[in-house]
Design a protein around this ligand. Sequence first.
Ligand code: C2O
Length: 557
Amino acid sequence: MEYLFRLLILVVCLSPAFVECRVRHYRFNVVMRNTSRLCSTKSIVTVNGKFPGPTIYAREDDTVLVNVVNHVKYNVSVHWHGIRQLRTGWADGPAYITQCPIQPGQNYVYNFTITGQRGTLLWHAHILWLRATVHGALVILPKLGVPYPFPKPNHESVIVLGEWWKSDTEAVINEALKSGVAPNVSDAHTINGHTGRVSNCPSTGGFTLSVEPAKTYMLRVINAALNEELFFKIAGHKLTVVEVDATYVKPFETDTILIAPGQTTNVIVSANQGAGKYMVAASPFMDTPTVAVDNMTATATLHYSGTLSSYPTTFTSPPPQNATPVANNFINSLRSLNSNTYPATVPLKVDHSLLFTVGLGINPCPTCKAGNGSRVVANINNVTFVMPTFALLQAHYFNIKGVFTTDFPGKPPVSFNYTGTPPANLRTTNGTKLYRLAYNATVQVVLQDTGIIAPENHPVHLHGFNFFAVGRGLGNFNPRTDPNKFNLVDPVERNTIGVPSGGWVAIRFRADNPGVWFMHCHLEVHTTWGLKMAFLVDNGKGPKESVLPPPKDLPKC
Ligand code: C2O
């Protein structure tokens, strides 16, 4: 009888819409599929044949099981970007960091519980450049009966922004690595998989968001692009920002949001225009003139019910590509909600005060013709991270020597004018170095951009934690004066933060999650070039302060 009952629950719970299930089962078949954009057809890697992939729905406190089955020729792994993975690093997903990849024909069940988080996140492939097409939304609803800390919107929808290449993205990055120079930029941006109208190319007109007059809509906006920060706006409508990276913020109104790869932003739109069709636009932000970006604007339509489709669309022009003031205005408006229910638990005392330079470098490469015998690399504190061939978390857990060292430098090996004239020697060192932290240590990292090759905005993502962005500035961080201006009361809490071009950002977190946690620039080209490192957080002494044992089906290298 009991067996039958459990079977019944399991069957019902396989339907993701069923709200009472505390365990959510998903199956991700990684499969190839042909699809057309920009007047051409290509074969892409997808989950369940969808682009963007399926949305995962769960509630805070739910356990999520995703069986990822690899039917393609590439090794695969999937990351649940922003999920804290308390003690369950085995389910985090970055290939060779927390797991060996899932080989062709194999499968792996990601098993994790969502604790203390609610809002919008994303999932994406975390190997090669597969996340170009292998990504989707992860929606965490509040616990049953717990309201949002803002008026409940009438409807909700997911808006996934992406980048589209006409050619195969694996070929794009392989070609770049051979040549030593930057890969081609994408050919278009997408909104929920569609570019919108593109000149010289018949198109379906793009994604349509249908609204009813006088209703409110929460848009869960996700930047799943590989290499570009995006502005997002809707003609004739204000956006009220209520949450970023699955943490609530003090609501504020804006025309335009800025969203970096890996970031998520929930906005409320009120359909207060009565009728009509309004352009929705996603366009790139890049304030370094020498760095190439895809300058195409993706468009969609906000369509009021009852408006004829022949009705003209109200246009909006996106901010210019180099609109730093628009970007700053948005970033400076973000504050943690910091209410009694959702306090901002900013560490006030810091055990490890780290200065990490983030930027590029140039190393010799005799075979790199286009790079004239050298190649562009990227680094943190002059270390270009070398991917191991065995997963770091396993090496740590099973005490296997020779996979990594724990001597990642807490400050740059030589100090120089980071944002001034670059030094003569742009060479970096290679290594698989980790920075070791005791359980529960508090950490401040000042992420300092460098002007090497060019200053650039780097969206840096930390796995396993949320952090507070306590300060931000231009030029070189000044350890004597800048901390006086830190916001330790209600700084925004997130998992991915833009280091401003030619500037710095200071983040704080508590190392209350044992394991090995990747930190890297979420511009995929910079990750590939080596702008990455990992923290090793030791087990604590308490009963719930150790990494759990690995699951039986953990892939082997
Ligand atoms: Cu969203 Cu390590 O990535």
